[in-house]
Design a protein around this ligand. Structure first.
Ligand SMILES: C[S@@+](CC[C@H](N)C(=O)[O-])C[C@H]1O[C@@H](n2cnc3c(N)ncnc32)[C@H](O)[C@@H]1O
Length: 242
């Protein structure tokens, strides 16, 4: 359902979301999904008969929340209604096409079409945040789970594209500080792993990241696909309450 009241131009396009979906299907996010799966129950109200509500704010093509919902419904016995919201129509179109287990909305996280105190869990994965809105729609005992890239996230690609420039290094300190200023922080966990990917998948890894937005097409060729067998993935998972 499209809940936007005006036209929005998003830099995220269908090609990028397709690449994200493909790498997600090849296990790129699997350890992250495992880690999230361990954290989510701390926000769940286990009262018998209660349905929990979980939002993915900036859900993109939807594979992460959809996989979390499938797993939670299969392996843990509590009902969760998932909702994915993203400002990109292309992302939501792919999500709605492929995953039936969630409500999919085109909308802006800075002004969400929800009543106050509605969500038990809000996921905000590699996407912008709006803490005022998150706190408005989160229940008092609900949790906000924010995932940010760690310093080694896609380090090999960064190195090939931006060697000797300041972009070769990445710090998530400012995002971390904003989180701590806005919510009451509960836990802060780092996960890091290396993904070994086939040649066919590497172009999708390059295509799926905003890292390459400002890189000229001829410079993208600097990413030597043959050398890029292993890609470092690192995430920081922050959990907080309002
Ligand atoms: C890097 S992608 C991450 C998508 C997804 N969470 C994932 O990890 O695959 C960032 C997402 O944030 C969305 N986004 C950016 N600004 C937004 C806003 N104001 N409201 C809703 N979504 C937004 C983009 O459309 C994009 O899908």
């Amino acid at each position: 359902m499209n809940m936007l009241t005006g036209t929005v131009h998003s830099k995220y396009n269908a090609e990028m979301f397709l690449s994200r979906k493909i790498i997600s299907g090849h296990g790129f996010f699997d350890p992250l999904i495992e880690a999230l799966h361990a954290v989510i129950p701390s926000g769940i109200d286990k009262t018998p008969g209660n349905t929990n509500f979980m939002l993915d704010a900036g859900c993109g093509e939807g594979s992460i929340i959809s996989r979390l919902l499938k797993k939670s419904l299969q392996e843990i016995n509590y009902p969760v209604q998932g909702v994915g919201i993203d400002i990109s129509k292309e992302g939501i179109r792919l999500a709605a096409r492929d995953y039936e287990n969630c409500i999919w909305l085109v909308g802006d996280i800075t002004d969400m079409p929800f009543m106050p105190n509605q969500y038990d869990v809000i996921l905000n994965i590699l996407s912008p945040s709006n803490y005022k809105e998150f706190k408005r729609i989160l229940k008092d005992d609900g949790i906000l789970i924010k995932v940010l890239p760690g310093e080694n996230y896609l380090a090999e690609i960064r190195e090939m594209l931006f060697a000797d420039t300041e972009k070769a290094a990445y710090s998530n300190k400012d995002t971390l500080r904003l989180f701590n200023e806005n919510v009451s922080s509960m836990t802060n966990q780092n996960i890091s792993y290396t993904i070994r990917i086939d040649n066919g998948i590497i172009p999708h890894v390059v295509r799926m990241t905003p890292l390459t937005w400002k890189v000229k097409p001829e410079d993208i060729k600097k990413v030597n696909i043959k050398q890029l067998r292993n890609v470092s993935v690192e995430f920081t998972i922050l959990v907080g309450k309002k």
